[in-house]
Write a protein that binds this ligand. Sequence first.
Ligand code: NAD
Ligand code: DAU
Length: 350
Amino acid sequence: MKRTILITGGAGFIGSHVVRLFVKKYPDYLILNLDKLTYAGNLENLRDIEDRKNYRFIKGDILDTELLLRIFSEYQVSGVIHLAAESHVDRSLHNPDEFAVTNIIGTIRLLKAALTAWHNNFEGKLFYHISTDEVYGSAEEGFFTEETPLDPRSPYSASKASSDHFVRAFNNSYHMPTVISRCSNNYGPYQFPEKLIPLVINNIIHRKPLPVYGKGENIRDWLHVEDHAKAIDAVFHKAKPGSVYNIGGNNELKNIDLVKMLCRIMDKKLSRPEGESAKLITFVKDRPGHDLRYAINPSKIISETGWRPEIEFSQGLESTVDWYLTHAEWLAHVTSGEYLKYYEKMYANR
Ligand code: NAD
Ligand code: DAU
């Protein structure tokens, strides 16, 4: 094998698309997927590639230094793509300490393990940290650029911003080659149905209320997860060490408009009368501290790497709906048990 890349959080939503892309596109790379398999991690997301010769799954925690050091030394890891995290804003409001442990301490442990294993020999090495546009706060006007000051406003984004700072600190203090990218909202297959798009699809299937926070006027900037995975590939192979890249598709939508679009698509797909799903829309108490708008300026990644989003939003949304409708078993599996209890508790007070 030409090189070994350690991908953390590879059994989650975005991680599984990144693992799939790298395993298929780079048969001469060994791809290690380190994942703790929390409620959000699921090996069913990777069934189609799990038997490939250049892929290994390791069940484990990024907080486990001994395990990390063993992996680095046994496999001669030369690149890290770090996606493992607690990723849901609503959960972070109930459990901020869990977010600090995984997202901050977990990232520091991974950085320290890479530093120890690489012994100041950084030739051909890269630590790539996957961050989020939420670290910039709320874009009341204009667009987030890589120079926008960090202004995290939820426990989730505070933990991600903190981990970004540690990554930069390892670059500055120890000269470790690092890269950070900050992407906007992703959608597509295998997204856990606590996030807006799959939650709405799942609730329409089961004729459950569609909870829209506040007045539904908050704006998110949506990008298909396969476009994000390709952007990660471009950044991993072309970025200058020490740099930051924003990733987005210039695709802003108000939540309420997005939910109505999904209702229209679902009525057609399920052969229900037009307007039936929209009757399920329920305005609920707003998310505390809800950021009004995220909007990414992706011109740096486009001009420096040549990456561009390829999936047009309305087509991507329709194919995502098709994916969920044809993966009823996956949906039933991930929404059973613990998640069902969490969901019922979460929405009981709204
Ligand atoms: P996800 O919640 O679907 O997956 C996270 C994965 O990390 C899961 O497989 C989970 O088991 C694993 N994990 C959690 N704690 C771990 C630990 N201690 N050790 C090892 N594995 C652990 O998340 P996602 O939506 O795929 O997001 C992936 C990354 O991308 C995160 O860092 C997130 O902040 C970032 N991001 C997400 C979005 C988005 O729209 N979803 C946008 C921008 C950035
Ligand atoms: O911007 C990137 C971020 O996007 C990532 O860093 C996060 O990991 C990811 O979870 C996502 O965060 P959001 O909070 O924007 O995503 P979520 O799907 O939770 O919510 C999208 C919008 O929809 C947000 O304005 C809140 C609203 N919403 C969400 C849910 C779950 C509702 O109105 N109702 C809901 O039930």
